[in-house]
Design a protein around this ligand. Structure first.
Ligand SMILES: Cc1ncc(COP(=O)(O)O)c(C=O)c1O
Length: 373
């Protein structure tokens, strides 16, 4: 029997292990300001990679988003505009600020937040918006930024899934006012758990650094709300090694996506993912939509693929606006985000991670073709 092909898996080599062990032996595991030598080195390298002035390391992507929202001054009288078709890690930080999430629908062909629906949903109360670069594909940021500028809203990119993605020759993380990455173990690069904030704005960077350490302006002088969101030194050491491999990881994902697309593009029963002109997909996930008579069979199809030892996955089956918690705070009702609700019923994701062989990718393609019929 073939070994399970996981939806994503960390690729840890001797570089990461040696770097982590060296830190563990050094005795300096963390720093009370959140910025020990390895964290500072990781921040410098990450900022250079993304092409921004500042990078601030934290301990999860959710923490990064919470810091960014607080740094943008979001509080309980504010609205934050975001897609509902996303992981809870996008929504929780909005609720933690006491703000109200307002959900915009997604584009049917990319599953990213629709600028047209942003235009319809934005209001005077919208303090910030969080476009999510879903599955590793950047949102259509030019129109989103234009609307945000007109209305004075801060744009926080959720780049948790989009390391090394590009939009009009700029990297995800350098497209909004501030951006947040996750280094969870399934992501394109990992520190086990971890996060990074990137920005060109000196004030937002300074605020995020303070929020990461309880809102301290200087040691034991707390002047704003914060938390303990420090990244450890050994996580940063792993992150440095992973960042050096990131271009190669993403290249492999791109190649795997190309192979799958070759195999699946002729199927009349699937809508395959696209890479719109001017974007460079980071291919965190390869997400397909069942179309035609098959559309209602998604869960059965996924079950059958999983029976063949391929960890096909359904993400965001219940979009945020249909969860009782969010329904209550946002007041959004079923049927109000038609593309989101349709995607939540019809799409599923396939593995294309950098640890897969081309033979495994072809096996995934063949199996999907056979199951979908
Ligand atoms: C879109 C999105 N936003 C936020 C997060 C939160 O990141 P973390 O799990 O590191 O807290 C994730 C997790 O990968 C995510 O996929």
């Amino acid at each position: 029997m073939r070994e399970l092909i996981r939806i994503n898996q960390p690729l840890i080599g001797k570089e990461e292990i040696e770097a982590a062990v060296a830190v563990l032996k050094s005795g300096t595991l963390t720093n009370k300001s959140g910025a020990g030598p390895k964290v500072l080195e990781f921040e410098r390298e990450f900022a250079r990679f993304v092409g921004v002035k500042h990078a601030i390391a934290v301990n999860t992507g959710t923490a990064a988003l919470h810091c960014a929202l607080l740094a943008a001054g979001v509080r309980n009288s504010d609205d934050v505009l975001t897609p509902s078709f996303t992981f809870a890690g996008t929504g929780s930080p909005i609720l933690l600020c006491g703000a109200k999430p307002i959900f915009a629908d997604v584009r049917s062909e990319t599953y990213c937040m629709s600028p047209e629906d942003v235009e319809n949903s934005i209001s005077r109360r919208t303090k910030a918006m969080i476009p999510v670069h879903l599955y590793g594909l950047p949102c259509d940021m030019d129109p989103i930024m234009k609307i945000a500028r007109e209305k004075g809203a801060t744009v926080i990119e959720d780049a948790a899934q989009a390391h090394a993605a590009e939009y009009r020759q700029r990297k995800a993380g350098a497209l909004g006012d501030i951006a947040c990455f996750s280094f969870y173990s399934g992501n394109n690069m990992t520190t086990g758990e971890g996060g990074m904030i990137t920005t060109n704005d000196d004030d937002l960077a300074q605020a995020a650094k303070m929020i990461r350490t309880h809102g301290e302006e200087r040691p034991y002088w707390v002047s704003r709300i914060g938390n303990n969101y420090h990244m450890t030194e050994f996580a940063a050491a792993i992150g440095i090694a992973q960042l050096r491999k990131l271009p190669e990881f993403v290249q492999k994902r791109r190649e795997n996506a190309r192979i799958l697309t070759e195999q699946l593009r002729a199927s009349a029963k699937l809508a395959i993912p696209i890479e719109p002109e001017g974007t460079r997909h980071a291919w965190y996930l390869y997400t397909v939509r069942l179309i035609g008579a098959n559309a209602g069979r998604r869960n059965k199809v996924v079950e059958k693929i999983r029976d063949k030892n391929i960890e096909a996955a359904i993400y965001y089956e219940t979009p945020l606006h249909l969860l009782p918690l969010y329904k209550e705070v946002s007041g959004v009702r079923k049927g109000s985000l038609p593309e989101t609700e349709r995607a939540a019923r019809q799409v599923f994701s396939l593995p294309i991670h950098a640890g897969m062989t081309s033979e495994e990718v072809s096996y995934v393609g063949d199996t999907v073709k056979r199951v979908v019929g």
